[in-house]
Design a protein around this ligand. Structure first.
Ligand code: SF4
Length: 464
C-alpha cells in the first residue's frame, strides 16, 4: 500500500477533515500551482464553487474560512489559531486577500465562495472547483479537487473534471518489505515472521522514514498534539460556535471526576474519564482547535480518549506502548482507507467514528498484550457494532451527534479490546469481511444520511 500511518494521522484544525482540512490543502495546492506558473501576477480574482456536501454543510464546517487561509498558503498544521480570526475579518472587511507570493487580489467571501449543494459530481460528492481570472475575466487556472475524507484530496483531470488521473494521493512509492493490502496479509506476515503488528508496520514505515528515531519523533509529535488538544478541551468552557449554542461540557465533567477522585470509589468511573477525554478533544475540534485526524476530525476524539485511558489506568503503560498503539491503529485505518472509505459523505459515520472505534480497539488490544489474531478481532468488533451508522450532523455542525458519539465509540473500543482479549483470537467475522460490509452498507445508504444535513437528526431536531 502507498499510504503511510502518517497520512492517516495528520495534524489539522477543526471542525472537519473532509470539509476543513481537505479544502484548505486543496486551496494551498491551487495557490502554489498558480504561483509556480507565474500566473499570480495577472490574477485579479479567485473564486470557488463548493459542490455537493461541501456546499450543503460547508459553512457549518468552516470550509469557507479554511479555503481563504489555504489560498494564502497556510496549511492546517501550521495555522496560527490566534491570528486567523483577525486575518479573516480583514478579508471580509477589505475584500482583499494576499497570496503566499505577496500578490494581493480582490476577494469578497460573499461573492467568491459559491455554495452549490445541488451539484453532485460523479467522482465524489465533496467537490470544489477553483478558478483564477485576470482583470478582463479571462480564466488563468481552473482546477477541480475532491476532498475524499481524512484530509486527503484528489485532483481531477484538468480536461475532464469527472475523471481523476490518480485516484490516490500517492506519495510513497518505495516497495515495503511486508506489503499489506488486507488484514489477512497483515496476520499472514505476523505468522510467517513472528513479528507483532506494530513491528511489521514499523518495518514498512522505515522504508519511507529511514530510521526508527524519525518514526518515533513523528509518533511522539502526534501524541503531544493529542495531549495538548485534550488538555485544552478540559480547561476551556463556554458556548461552541454556530447556531445550536451547545455548551462545552468536558471541563465540568473533568472537575467533577478529579474533585471526587471517582476512580477510587466508583468501579465504572473509568467510563466517565474516557467520556471526558473524548468530549475534550471533540469540543476543541468543534471550536476550530488543533487536532489529529484519527482518521478524521469528526472522529478525532476516540483515539486520544482511549490513549488517555491507557496512560491513566493501565499500570504498564509507557511511551513505547503509545507508539505501538498508534502504529497498530494507523495500519487498521489504512486498511479502511484503501479498501473502503473514511469519508462520512461517502459511507456515513460508520466510515468516521466507526473506523476510529475499530482503530482504537485494535491499538488498545495490542498494548494490552493481545496476539495479532486478537488485535484483528478487536478491530473487527469495533466496526461490527457501528455498521450502518449514518452521518446527520444537526445544522451542519460537527457537534450533535458527533461529540457524544466519539465518547460512546471510545468506550465501545475499550470494550471491544477486552472482549477480544477474553477470546483466543478465533472469530467468525474477519476484519476484511467487516470492512467490505461497511463499504457495501455505505454505498447502499441513501444520500441524505451522508453528511448532507438533510436526514436523520439533522431534520428531526429543530434548530432554536
Ligand atoms: S455524524 Fe459522524 S461522520 Fe458525520 S460529521 Fe458527525 S462525526 Fe463526522
Amino acid at each position: 500500500m502507498s499510504v503511510s500511518v502518517f497520512d492517516i494521522f495528520r495534524v489539522g484544525i477543526g471542525p472537519s477533515s473532509s470539509h476543513t482540512v481537505g479544502p484548505m490543502r486543496a486551496a494551498v495546492r491551487f495557490s502554489k500551482e498558480l504561483i509556480a506558473k507565474g500566473l499570480d501576477k495577472d490574477t485579479h480574482r479567485i473564486w470557488v464553487d463548493l459542490m455537493g456536501s461541501l456546499g450543503a454543510t460547508g459553512i457549518g464546517h468552516a470550509t469557507d474560512t479554511a479555503f481563504q487561509l489555504g489560498l494564502m498558503g497556510i496549511l492546517p498544521a501550521n495555522v496560527d489559531l490566534d491570528a486567523a480570526p483577525g486575518i479573516l475579518e480583514g478579508i471580509k472587511k477589505n475584500h482583499k486577500l494576499t497570496l503566499a507570493s505577496g500578490k494581493t487580489i480582490d476577494f469578497d467571501p460573499s461573492r467568491d465562495i459559491i455554495l452549490s449543494p445541488e451539484k453532485i459530481a460523479i467522482y465524489h460528492t465533496n467537490a470544489m472547483h477553483i478558478i483564477a481570472q485576470d482583470a478582463d475575466g479571462k480564466v488563468l487556472l481552473s482546477r477541480r479537487y475532491y476532498s475524499v475524507g481524512g484530509g486527503f484530496i484528489v485532483e481531477s483531470d484538468p480536461n475532464d473534471f469527472d475523471k481523476v488521473s490518480e485516484a490516490k494521493e500517492t506519495v510513497h512509492t518505495k516497495p515495503q518489505p511486508y506489503p499489506v493490502t488486507t488484514a489477512a496479509d497483515l496476520i499472514g506476515w505476523c505468522e510467517k515472521t513472528g513479528l507483532s503488528i506494530p513491528e511489521i508496520v514499523r518495518a514498512n514505515e522505515r522504508v519511507w522514514w529511514e530510521t526508527d528515531e524519525k518514526i518515533n519523533e513523528q509518533l511522539d509529535y502526534l501524541w503531544s498534539v493529542m495531549k495538548d488538544c485534550v488538555a485544552r478541551g478540559l480547561k476551556h468552557e463556554g458556548i461552541m460556535p454556530g447556531p445550536l449554542k451547545v455548551k462545552r461540557r468536558a471541563k465540568q465533567m473533568y472537575e467533577r471526576l478529579d474533585f471526587e477522585n471517582r476512580s477510587l470509589n466508583d468501579p465504572l468511573a473509568v467510563l466517565d474519564w474516557v467520556n471526558a477525554f473524548a468530549f475534550a478533544a471533540n469540543e476543541e475540534n468543534a471550536c476550530g482547535g488543533r487536532v489529529v485526524t484519527a482518521p478524521t476530525n469528526g472522529a478525532a476524539g476516540v483515539i486520544p480518549a482511549v490513549l488517555h485511558y491507557y496512560m491513566k489506568f493501565i499500570d504498564s503503560a509507557d511511551i513505547q506502548g503509545v507508539r505501538d498503539f498508534l502504529l497498530t491503529a494507523g495500519q487498521i485505518g489504512i486498511l479502511y482507507k484503501e479498501n473502503a472509505s473514511i469519508s462520512g459523505a461517502e459511507v456515513g459515520c460508520q466510515g468516521e467514528v466507526g473506523v476510529a472505534c475499530s482503530m482504537a480497539a485494535g491499538g488498545l488490544a495490542q498494548v494490552l498484550g493481545a496476539t495479532p489474531q486478537q488485535v484483528e478481532n478487536a478491530a473487527e468488533i469495533g466496526m461490527e457494532h457501528n455498521l450502518g451508522m449514518t452521518c446527520d450532523p444537526v445544522a451542519g455542525q460537527v457537534q450533535i451527534p458527533c461529540i457524544e458519539r466519539n465518547a460512546v465509540a471510545a468506550v465501545k473500543a475499550v470494550n471491544a479490546a477486552r472482549l477480544a482479549l477474553l477470546g483466543d483470537g478465533h472469530h467468525y467475522v474477519s476484519l476484511d469481511q467487516v470492512i467490505l460490509t461497511m463499504l457495501k452498507t455505505g454505498l447502499d445508504m441513501q444520500m441524505q444520511y451522508k453528511e448532507t444535513s438533510r436526514g436523520g437528526l439533522a431534520v428531526t431536531v429543530v434548530e432554536c
